[in-house]
Design a protein around this ligand. Structure first.
Ligand SMILES: NC(=O)c1ccc[n+]([C@@H]2O[C@H](COP(=O)([O-])OP(=O)(O)OC[C@H]3O[C@@H](n4cnc5c(N)ncnc54)[C@H](OP(=O)(O)O)[C@@H]3O)[C@@H](O)[C@H]2O)c1
Length: 333
């Protein structure tokens, strides 16, 4: 990539998405973060990918969420993000919170999956190389691994922080009891967990009763992934499956079978409610996640700058009437 003519918008923090503290820590996260799971790989539109990162940053979106396996082929999202950073943001690294993860299958053989010290530490080294970074801000254990002792996984995460290769530790997709145990171990090692990441949206809210109270008790932040249910909670699938949408892609993680007539009937009704509120379906879905202080940030995915703009505008109204909340609860169940 050649040098960019882009320079960040000088008023990006005056007109920004706004920030919330991450749990009881001193780290603020933008209310909307950008995830690079889809649409930033080698198979995707790299020019649009670069514009999306620029547009996000120009609007105060300072947090970019990655993982070792993001992109098609796996790893390409980190490589492309590294190139975009070098070209556009060389002197803005300290204005960004960059996260990555390991825990899902990444390379063949016994050491490229799970929660072992061997896998997590070598994966972090690979991620740093791909992104051309000295350290990441947050390193996550991407999922709970029942075959590795928690002491080993947490020990590896703790050492990353002590070695300065990660500033903070995050956990993702841990059962409540394992999360509780992991938080205790990390605290004892002097490297407390900063943040917990899990799926949270109108159709998926089972962690509300289990994890939210636990996180509050420990002062740990929460960041929601797939707040739009991978695009189902938008208008895009109401009239069929558009070409190039995630559900249409052979390498996308959204299955056509998830878009059933029953689901669409619920989205139709939610969409009518959104219209009465003067919002799009996507905006109402994001506003709903951010209605509660239990959620510090939502990580959106996007395939265009226009989607990011639409999603940022969700912040204009994040309050709901009791009637709306009740009906959303009925439809989401
Ligand atoms: N920790 C974990 O295990 C885990 C798991 C999943 C995700 N994540 C993180 O969370 C991030 C977000 O997940 P996600 O991509 O599933 O989030 P999402 O926000 O639920 O879905 C994003 C997709 O919704 C569609 N979309 C977004 N805005 C739209 C709009 N205004 N109008 C119409 N469609 C819109 C786009 O689909 P099209 O591409 O079809 O246009 C976009 O790719 C990931 O990138 C990743 O960083 C973490």
């Amino acid at each position: 990539m050649s040098q960019s003519s882009y320079s960040p918008h000088p008023e990006r923090y005056q007109h920004s998405v706004g920030y919330r503290f991450c749990g009881k820590s001193g780290l603020k996260l933008p209310q909307i973060s950008l995830g690079l799971w889809h649409n930033f790989g080698d198979v995707d539109n790299t020019a649009e990918a670069e514009k999306m990162i620029q547009f996000a940053f120009d609007n105060g979106i300072t947090h970019f969420d990655l993982a070792n396996n993001y992109g098609t082929p796996a790893g390409s999202a980190e490589t492309n993000f590294g190139k975009i950073l070098k070209k556009n943001f060389a002197s803005h690294r300290d204005e960004m919170v960059i996260s990555t993860k390991a825990g899902h299958e990444m390379w063949p053989g016994p050491y490229g999956d799970g929660g072992s010290r061997k896998y997590l530490i070598s994966s972090l080294h690979q991620s740093l190389k791909r992104m051309n970074l000295d350290y990441v801000d947050i390193f996550y254990s991407h999922r709970y691994d029942p075959n590795t002792p928690l002491e080993e996984t947490m020990g590896a995460l703790s050492d990353m922080v002590k070695q300065g290769k990660a500033l903070y530790i995050g956990l993702s997709k841990y059962p409540e009891d394992k999360a509780r145990e992991a938080f205790r171990i990390l605290r004892e090692k002097g490297t407390p967990c900063l943040i917990y990441q899990d799926r949270y949206n109108i159709f998926s809210r089972n962690i509300e009763n289990s994890h939210f109270p636990l996180l509050k008790e420990h002062g740990i932040g929460f960041i929601a992934f797939s707040p739009l249910a991978q695009g189902i909670l938008t208008e895009k699938y109401l009239h069929g499956i558009p070409e190039h949408s995630r559900a249409a892609l052979s390498y996308g993680f959204l299955q056509k079978s998830q878009i059933t007539p029953e689901v669409l009937a619920k989205v139709e009704e939610l969409n009518r409610m959104a219209q009465r509120r003067g919002q799009t379906m996507a905006q109402m879905a994001l506003a709903w996640c951010l209605r509660t202080p239990d959620v510090n940030s939502v990580i959106i995915g996007a395939s265009s700058v226009n989607q990011i703009q639409e999603n940022i505008d969700a912040l204009k109204n994040i309050s709901f009437t009791d009637d709306e909340l009740w009906r959303i609860g009925e439809l989401g169940a």
